[in-house]
Design a binder for this molecule. Structure first.
Ligand SMILES: [Zn+2]
Length: 417
């Protein structure tokens, strides 16, 4: 095992740690060389120009592997044959420092964009990867059997698989841009990020010259139906669902919310759009339980069901705030960055009832034509509390919203049931 890493710890906590080997980053610059690569690898600390490191939360597991002496710390990934099967960009959005502040568009196919630098020993790693896959989903089989979706041998194969292109995107934060998006001072943002994570990266407060941070948070996965390059063509019909992870429903089919039904309905419609010559996109964000986490979420479920009068649409949001301190921590302001990576300018069918998502998308300069709500027949019985509460709070619906006694009357199952 190669272990020629220095054994003493450098906290990298002083601005005088600027090395001549460090490449500058000009966020939003026209081409990758002028922009400069994000170097967050740890094999040569002098060349690092970012705070944090790759793989989001999994960086901690990599550290465990190194500590357990199962992983050579000086390992550099062999990127041969790992490149994307599809070409994306560059689009105009890639050259706008304000359009994307939470991902790095040049993090896709770094072996192409930064070939010479990598030949010269720079350890530059991808933060975006693309591959192709097929989906096998029971609800989709049903949609085919009922004639809602047809087998065309192209999007839907003979054995009812859906062909997709999938894209994984790790977060890369441009801190001045994040601060601007949230309307806070950058220095204040860095201080709070440092303090409220129990002091995670000292460079946040000691190295104001480092503007890029790779936060240890979840990534985003995108599934594309049809020709991926059509996403940037506004004359091609585009169906989109922006979905925040809900493991309980998405994977396990838990019936207290509408997450899986809405997700699968989005997949079905995205495939259908591709079949009529359009393109579909499902963006899946790892923001479990409104980005408050699953422990908080389960506590809220109990609090909702045990409160006086039982689980009711009238008190839905209040219970979350009591437990978590805030109703929602997803910061939808950052969500459209993923759409801008694909050069999206117009969404014909947006599968979402959330006013926060809609406002963020439209506010980022993307036109939305139709907003699609989940069909009533797909809502599980216990999830009517959630859906009525959301509609009453301003979520989109072409139908009617309940209020007062009518809203109070929407009740969920008891905790013992
Ligand atoms: Zn859910």
């Amino acid at each position: 095992m190669t272990t020629n890493k220095s054994s003493h710890i450098i906290l990298a906590s002083h601005a005088n740690l600027l090395y001549k080997e460090t490449l500058p980053i000009h966020w939003g610059a026209k081409n990758p060389i002028e922009r400069g690569p994000v170097v967050a690898s740890l094999t040569d600390k002098k060349r690092r120009n970012a705070i944090g490191t790759h793989s989001g939360t999994y960086a901690v597991y990599r550290a465990l592997s190194i500590a357990a002496k199962k992983y050579p710390p000086m390992h550099k990934p062999d990127l041969e044959n790992t490149y994307s099967p599809v070409k994306f960009g560059p689009y105009d959005s890639w050259h706008d420092p304000d359009k994307m502040v939470s991902i790095d568009p040049w993090g896709l196919d770094v072996q192409d964009h930064f070939k010479e630098l990598m030949k010269n020993g720079h350890d530059i790693r991808p933060t975006i990867a693309v591959t192709q896959a097929r989906l096998q989903i029971p609800e989709i089989y049903e949609a085919i059997d009922k004639g809602r979706l047809k087998i065309d041998g192209k999007i839907v194969t003979e054995n009812k698989d859906i062909r997709v292109t999938k894209v994984a995107l790790e977060p890369v934060w441009y801190l001045p841009g994040i601060a601007k998006r949230l309307n806070v001072d950058e220095g204040e943002l860095r201080k709070v990020l440092f303090e409220e994570t129990g002091g995670i990266f000292p460079e946040l407060v000691t190295r104001p010259d480092l503007k890029i941070m790779l936060p240890p948070i979840g990534s985003t996965t995108v599934y594309i139906f049809g020709n991926p390059e059509d996403l940037s063509r506004s004359n091609v019909e585009l169906t989109c669902r922006v979905h925040d992870e809900c493991n309980g429903s998405d994977v396990f089919g838990s019936d207290i919310c509408t997450c899986r039904p809405y997700l699968i309905y989005g997949i079905e419609d995205a495939a259908r759009t591709a079949q009529r010559g359009g393109v579909g996109i499902i963006a899946y964000y790892r923001k479990e339980g409104r980005a408050l986490g699953e422990v908080t979420k389960f506590l809220v479920y109990n609090a909702r069901k045990r409160q006086e009068g039982g689980d009711s649409a009238a008190n839905y949001f209040k219970r979350t705030e009591c437990v978590a301190g805030v109703e929602d921590a997803r910061f939808q302001e950052l969500m459209p960055d993923i759409l801008h990576f694909f050069g999206i300018k117009k969404i014909h069918n947006l599968h979402s009832m959330s006013n926060m998502k809609y406002d963020a998308i439209v506010g980022s300069g993307i036109e939305v034509i139709n907003r699609i709500e989940i069909p009533m027949e797909l809502i599980p019985t216990d999830a009517h509390v959630e859906i009525e509460a959301k509609k009453a709070a301003g979520y989109f619906t072409p139908g009617t919203k309940k209020a007062g006694d009518e809203l109070k009357a929407v009740k969920g199952r008891d905790i013992e049931e």
